[in-house]
Write a protein that binds this ligand. Sequence first.
Ligand SMILES: Cc1ncc(COP(=O)(O)O)c(C=O)c1O
Length: 225
Amino acid sequence: MSAELDWQKDAAEHLWLPYTQMQTAPEALPVVATEGVRIKLGDGRELIDAIASWWTACHGYNHPRINRAIADQARTMPHVMLGGLVHEPAARLAKRLATLLPGDLGHVFFSESGSVAVEIAMKMAVQFWLNQGVEGRHRFLSFRAGYHGDTAAAMSVCDPDDGMHRHFKGYLTPQLVLDFPRDREGLAAFETTLEAHKSELAAVIFEPLVQGAGGMKFHDAAALS
Ligand SMILES: Cc1ncc(COP(=O)(O)O)c(C=O)c1O
């Protein structure tokens, strides 16, 4: 074992790690570099990262094309708000994403995480009804075993009993939760619930194709459509 790095004490004293009980967690491993699928530790050991830093490095660490694009962009213009302003990278990416989307989903609203994307989508659904002059449609229907993120509104549409969010039950807005319809009975229950709550429902939220965090449960394509 090599000596402790000079910043490790700062990490132990000042960093609050996600999904971690800091009172009992073992000391976190100090990372000094990455390459491809590998994470290099301060003592020279290497890890193979099989979860791509929670899916954020799905093309591998230090991908030359991505690193070049980041460096080039940082030199030209690291960030500018989209408040009344637009720029070429945002326009090009929005167009590429829009061409992948079905139907008339032709506009892209950028956010910085999946949870915030869900918050934004939920607010858009609520605002849609308000803009139609319809009051009171601000509840959501979601499906058991679903996972939509860690911010408050996103948590409210996750599975209410499973996983880490159940402790926050009293804090979250109660939503409607059903089993994902897998047969005719399930579909009938879904339609009955929609009908019964149509005056208060803003939208239905579900993970397209597969419930990832809920256990890689694939939806039936026919039920989805
Ligand atoms: C379907 C789905 N929605 C939302 C999220 C939340 O994304 P983030 O962790 O970027 O906030 C996740 C994360 O795994 C997800 O799988």
